[in-house]
Design a protein around this ligand. Sequence first.
Ligand code: ITT
Length: 198
Amino acid sequence: LKVVLATRNAGKIKELNALLAGLGVTVVGLGEFPEIGEIPETGTTFLENARIKAWAVAKATGLVSLADDSGLCVDALSGAPGVYSARYAGENATDAANNDKLLTVMAHVPEGDRTCRFVSVVVAADPDGRELTAEGSWEGRVAFAPAGDGGFGYDPLFFDALAGKTAAELTPTEKNARSHRGQALAKLVEKWEDWRGK
Ligand code: ITT
């Protein structure tokens, strides 16, 4: 089975490839379908946006498609940046700009109030009309300064108290074993064979 990843985020592509390795599917990227342009993420929830991306790509390619919509939800910011995590510092903002904005906004928030979580909702869409969804989350704290150079996005600012490190200081294998995306994919993989009707 050929599965197309409905994402243009290089960090996600790496992680999803590793997480899907045991599934026995051939994973292809959007690079093979240059005719698919920008997909407007007009939803207000992770599930809505993941469904928008998964269905747009399944319909355009005729293949089973897999989308992830994810973000960082900070308690002191009432859940922001949430679904707007990729564009926190503006449309097409860099990871560095988003991290700078988060650090600035959180500058005076004390240690105990810096709780946050990464959330990932994954949706697999079959062009025959069926979908499969799963969700994962990862609890942490917003660090006072960036640390580590692994991962992507907000990883240098996401401190995992259990690991005693930021997400960017974990190896890819360590991150996938505990991350929101790792947990969402583990649940998806568990339901996969039933969904495919095998
Ligand atoms: P696609 O829509 O093409 O998949 P995107 O980056 O726009 O790429 P989202 O709309 O789901 O994807 O935004 C997710 C953002 O949340 C991402 O850009 C990061 O800033 C942040 N994020 C999600 N998962 C993360 C992770 O594992 N580590 C660090 N930051 C993460």
